[in-house]
Write a protein that binds this ligand. Structure first.
Ligand code: COA
Length: 256
């Protein structure tokens, strides 16, 4: 259901159910959660890329066929699986890139929003379509989308279940970059090269400061920033960064 390949410090994770547009079944979600958790403290993994098989969709969201016939009471296990998977991905300490090979709807877009960076193929579409299906976004969508694009635009997308083009998604700040499909991989490699130029502890603690501080009162948020900053202070990589600057060379970070 999911393919994982690790190469040169990058984990490439591919949702592999193209025949159902990479819909998120309960079993797929359980596997996705396990994979998300597996990167914890693996300092040699510098970046995680999540993509989908096929050229139609990154993910069409919750597996609607699987949900059909499931009672409201039984649906709890399905909902907790998707919720668990998406939140586990938001918690990955390494930088995460969602390489959106096609459209993303519902839980598929919620999963993309749990990643740090989103690159999308030209011609794709995105939307939180749940209200048109008699439900509502339930795996972080109502909270992550307003944080990403502001409340007004988020209400438009969520409350109307509107699907928007990849170009519009970039325009409103939901997606970082749109490229022709053939350039997806090269674009990801460019983002990865930028990640590789950073110190592993620095990029992880900066991510954590943003994630934990965002939306909190400023004094509390600044305390979180300060706590995260402290973690970079006594690292060998800090010394290496300063030495490399003084010597006019590129730093060689080791993640310690
Ligand atoms: N769950 C389960 N199966 C899904 C699915 C989903 N979310 N989305 C698509 N599929 C299945 C289709 O039923 C179809 O199966 P079939 O071949 O057995 O008939 C197959 O995937 C291909 O779908 P199809 O609609 O023919 O492909 P498409 O490329 O023309 O369109 C989408 C793809 C994603 C645009 C379209 O399927 C769609 O709108 N899906 C619903 C998306 C959505 O609203 N998700 C929110 C979930 S909360």
């Amino acid at each position: 259901m999911i393919l994982v390949e690790e190469k040169n410090g990058v984990a490439w994770v591919t949702l592999n159910r193209p025949e159902v547009r990479n819909a998120l079944s309960r079993d797929l979600n359980l596997q996705l959660q396990e994979i998300g958790a597996s990167f914890a403290d693996r300092i040699e993994v510098r970046a995680v890329v999540l993509t989908g098989a096929g050229d139609k969709a990154f993910s069409a969201g919750a597996d609607l066929k699987e949900r059909k016939g499931v009672t409201a009471a039984e649906s709890a296990t399905y909902i907790s699986a998707i919720w668990g998977a998406i939140n586990e991905w938001a918690d990955i300490q390494q930088p995460t890139i969602c390489l959106m090979n096609g459209s993303a709807y519902g839980g598929g877009l919620e999963l993309a929003m749990a990643c740090d960076f989103r690159i999308i193929a030209e011609g794709a579409e995105v939307g939180l379509t749940e209200v048109r299906l008699g439900i509502m976004p339930g795996a972080g969508g109502t909270q992550r989308l307003p944080r990403l694009i502001g409340e007004a635009r988020a209400k438009e997308l969520i409350m109307l279940g509107r699907r928007v083009s990849a170009a519009r998604a970039v325009e409103i700040g939901l997606v970082h970059e749109m490229v022709p499909r053939a350039q997806l991989r090269a674009t990801a490699d460019r983002w990865i090269a930028d990640i590789m130029a950073t110190a592993p502890i620095s990029i992880a603690t900066a991510k954590s400061a943003i994630e934990r501080g965002y939306g909190r009162p400023m004094t509390e948020a600044l305390e979180i920033e300060s706590e995260c900053y402290q973690r970079t202070l006594f690292t060998a990589d800090r010394d290496e960064g300063l030495a490399a600057f003084a010597e006019g060379r590129s730093p060689r970070f080791q993640g310690r």
